[in-house]
Design a protein around this ligand. Structure first.
Ligand SMILES: *[C@@H]1O[C@H](CO)[C@@H](O)[C@H](O)[C@H]1NC(C)=O
Ligand SMILES: *[C@@H]1O[C@H](CO)[C@@H](O)[C@H](O)[C@H]1NC(C)=O
Ligand SMILES: *[C@@H]1O[C@H](CO)[C@@H](O)[C@H](O)[C@H]1NC(C)=O
Ligand SMILES: *[C@@H]1O[C@H](CO)[C@@H](O)[C@H](O)[C@H]1NC(C)=O
Length: 442
């Protein structure tokens, strides 16, 4: 299995030779052509003074790109300055280019913020029943879209939303900063994302998505500001990025309970590499919404600081779906409540119509080459009673910390698998005899 996954990575990602040697990169997943059109937001009345509302300028510029197509598409140039705007739709064959010092800033006045339908795989907004606020930048059914530049900033000014959430005064689910629905051939690179109202980057029902050289920042106490959430999407490659937010840094998802089961669209071929950051929740997460299934995930060369949980694979009864062929390797973590958690009882339900007998399948999770210091508890693996987790393989793991008698280093239930050179030594449920797919390790 390990060999097959290795082949997969080589097929979907190119190799380029750097002066240091060979480095794996996802740069060739999405072809990047030359844009013959180049328009500036200032031609559409854009004013970067931080006060003028530029909604009309963005919507008109993008309307122009859509209706006056150029060979290879058009670049929308945003010069230095602070451009306040309401949310807007992206269109196909466009590059949104943020120059150095350019900031596209979301308005804090949510009274005109458009509502859109819930995602069918969630059945409702993630936080509240009914519709949800449109993401600040939204792409629906688009292809060949690039958001890039010279590390300009997309600022969600999320604090008004966080405060409304804390006060319980929101009527609908908060907006993501950037969402692509039913889209393909997307590149997001060399941009800073700041203070998202909710999740930062959310590709859903999408394929061929590259996210690299991005910085994603939100305060540690900001609610639900996940970094990147590939959701029912395939061929997603995330690399060379720094993410520090109030929730999971990267979380691979695929729909929620009966709605996600009915929609049935997995997330697959997800690569995450050379990502670092800090969070009170998880660094690398799968779940908890995994009802359409998640398979073929590779996360490697991950550096984490001041974490809730380093690696968290999470699902629940009622979710159904599957989590298969997940590999996490070369992780360094410093200060974490838990190093590794694989849990079958995490996350709420959309409503009371979920089927408690829809049990998730978790099979084939390999975690290896993990080094941690100041880790309070090494691992917690809680399978589902009538659907135990199988082929959980742990190799070459060293998690040092403050473990004491009230804090046993490992706790496990309803799980089987294999452990090799793991310190502190994990629970007896994990055997030291190679078995199942864990036997393929060399
Ligand atoms: C995942 O990658 C493999 C190998 O490159 C490819 O055959 C398969 O079609 C991909 N899956 C999806 C859903 O694109
Ligand atoms: C696009 O136009 C702007 C000026 O409006 C210029 O500064 C920029 O370099 C151009 N970009 C490309 C890729 O031609
Ligand atoms: C965004 O596009 C959708 C169609 O996908 C349309 O219904 C909606 O009105 C557009 N919203 C804005 C704010 O332009
Ligand atoms: C933008 O930031 C990335 C790191 O995320 C860095 O590698 C790149 O050199 C920066 N680019 C510019 C133009 O400053």
């Amino acid at each position: 299995m390990r060999l097959r996954f290795f082949t997969l990575v080589c097929l979907c990602c190119c190799w380029f030779v750097s002066s240091e040697g060979e480095t794996v990169s996802c740069s060739k997943i999405v072809p990047l052509g030359f844009r013959s059109g180049n328009i500036s937001i200032t031609e559409f009345g854009g004013v970067g003074d931080g006060r003028t509302l530029n909604t009309k300028a963005f919507r008109e510029a993008i309307y122009r790109i859509q209706h006056l197509p150029r060979v290879g598409g058009t670049l929308l140039y945003v010069p230095p300055g602070v451009y306040l705007t309401e949310p807007f739709n992206l269109t196909s064959h466009m590059t949104l280019f943020l120059a150095a010092g350019a900031v596209i800033m979301a308005t804090q006045d949510s009274s005109n913020w458009p509502l859109i339908a819930p995602l069918p795989s969630y059945g409702r907004g993630r936080e509240l029943p009914g519709g949800r606020y449109m993401s600040f930048m939204h792409g629906n059914g688009v292809q060949d879209v690039v958001i890039t530049g010279e590390n300009g900033t997309i600022d969600g000014q999320g604090d008004v939303w966080w405060n409304k959430w804390r006060q319980g005064s929101l009527q609908f689910t908060r907006p993501n900063l950037v969402e692509f629905v039913n889209s393909k051939d997307i590149i997001i690179s060399n941009v800073i994302f700041k203070n998202s109202p909710f999740w930062n980057i959310h590709p859903v029902y999408s394929s061929n998505v590259v996210i690299r050289f991005v910085t994603i920042l939100a305060p540690r106490d900001s609610p639900n500001t996940d970094g990147i959430d590939p959701d029912s999407s395939s061929n997603v490659c995330i690399e060379d990025s720094y993410i520090s937010t109030g929730d999971d840094l990267v979380a691979v998802k695929s729909g929620w309970d009966e709605y996600g089961i009915a929609y049935g669209l997995p997330s697959s071929n997800i690569t995450i590499r050379r990502v670092s950051g800090s969070s009170p929740f998880a660094g690398i997460a799968v779940g908890s919404e995994t009802s359409g299934g998640v398979e073929n995930v590779l996360a490697e060369h991950i550096n984490l600081y001041k974490m809730g949980i380093g690696i968290h694979i999470k699902t629940n009864s009622g979710r159904g779906g599957f989590i298969k062929n997940i590999t996490v390797s070369h992780v360094y973590m410093e200060e974490a409540r838990k190093g590794i958690r694989i849990s079958g009882d995490v996350g709420g339900h959309p409503d009371d119509k979920f089927d408690p007998n829809a049990l998730p399948l978790v099979k084939g999770v390999t975690i290896k080459n993990v080094w941690g210091v100041k880790v309070l508890q090494a691992g917690l693996i809680q399978g589902v009673k009538n659907s135990p987790f199988t082929d959980i393989c742990l190799y070459d793991i060293n998690l040092r910390g403050v473990t004491g008698p009230r804090n046993p280093p490992w706790k496990c239930s309803d799980v089987s698998g294999f452990a090799h050179q793991v310190s502190p030594w994990p629970c007896s449920e994990l055997s030291s005899n190679q078995q199942g797919s864990c036997a393929n390790y060399s």
